[in-house]
Design a protein around this ligand. Structure first.
Ligand code: C5P
Length: 297
């Protein structure tokens, strides 16, 4: 018997970042939108905890207990007095170290898959607590849709989305470490008073209306200057997407994946083609949003 869970990637349509807190994290106003690129995590009983991974970037995924999916299984098992003896297989389609919460998706997927396989039937709040222990973006991977994340991004309020938004994601050659990007954010804001992060009401209204042009006018990512500072060639990718007619171009989360909002599915296809032809990215993927959270298949 085995259980497979499908989990979406995310893009941050607003990522407002406050100053560094005493614990090293940053307070955020983080507007998450789940997008239709998915990993699938399959949990099967085994003699001991084991992780395997397939997909184009599988070679970059750690297969030991540092993998967030392994840590999710260990955390759930520990709370219920079980041994985490499970084989977790990750079919990986979300870019690795790309700023699209792929590792967080695998953690949320592993948690739900193990909870189902083991019959632990944890309450939603318990699952969300474990997710928050595992990482700031993991709770959102569980719930999907669209949500405003505050605190370090783990405290969620579901948001209304009034239509489908069509995206293109340009996958860069290489990854960026999230702590390194936050570190660069701190370096760039030295001596500057960083304002309290606040969600943009215009942006929330654009999401609620399903209005792509209005959303494009309000998207923002405070980590973008830091990501561009560490990965300057992303500027060329952003320019190529804009030149191809994207309504908005931004770095996804801590990058280096770049995200392009387009008018409709047809425009998304054209922007993806142009990005590929530009030679400024490794690959380009189209995906609609919002997408559902972690789902048992
Ligand atoms: O929560 P998570 O483990 O995903 O965070 C990874 C790193 O990103 C943290 O160690 C921290 O350096 C940075 N981070 C942050 N503020 C946040 C979220 C993450 O500084 N709100």
């Amino acid at each position: 018997m085995s259980v497979t869970v499908r989990v979406p990637a995310k893009v941050n349509v607003q990522l407002a970042v406050g100053g560094a807190r005493p614990d090293g994290f940053h307070d955020l106003a983080n507007v998450f939108l789940a997008v239709g690129l998915y990993d699938e995590v399959t949990a099967t009983p085994a003699d001991e905890l084991r992780i395997t991974c397939e997909g184009p970037d599988a070679g970059q995924v750690p297969l030991d207990r540092t993998n967030l999916a392994a840590r999710a299984a260990i955390a759930l098992a520990a709370r219920h007095g079980l041994a985490p003896d499970v084989h977790l297989h990750i079919a990986k389609d979300i870019p690795v170290a790309g700023g699209m919460a792929g590792g967080s998706a695998d953690a949320a997927g592993a948690l739900l898959a193990c909870d189902t396989l083991w019959g632990t039937n944890a309450a939603r709040d318990e699952l969300l607590d474990i997710c928050a222990e595992l990482g700031s973006d993991v709770p959102f991977s569980l719930v999907g849709g669209a949500a405003l994340g505050t605190g370090r991004g783990e405290r969620l309020r579901a948001l209304e989305v009034g239509g489908t938004f069509h995206w293109v994601f340009a996958v860069a050659d290489g990854g960026l470490s999230t702590p390194a990007v936050y570190g660069e954010f701190d370096r760039l804001s030295e001596g500057v008073r960083v304002p309290e992060p606040v969600a943009s009401q215009e942006l929330l209204d654009a999401l609620a209306k399903g209005d792509a042009a209005a959303l494009a006018a309000t998207v923002s990512n405070d980590l973008q200057p830091a990501a561009l500072s560490l990965f300057p060639s992303l500027t060329d990718t952003l320019d190529a997407g804009r030149a191809a007619g994207a309504l908005a171009a931004l770095v996804s989360g801590s990058g280096p994946t770049t995200a392009f909002l387009t008018r409709d599915a047809e425009a998304a296809g054209a922007v993806a083609q142009a990005l590929l032809a530009s030679g400024t990215c490794r690959t380009a993927r189209v995906a609609p949003s919002p997408a559902p959270g972690a789902t048992v298949l």
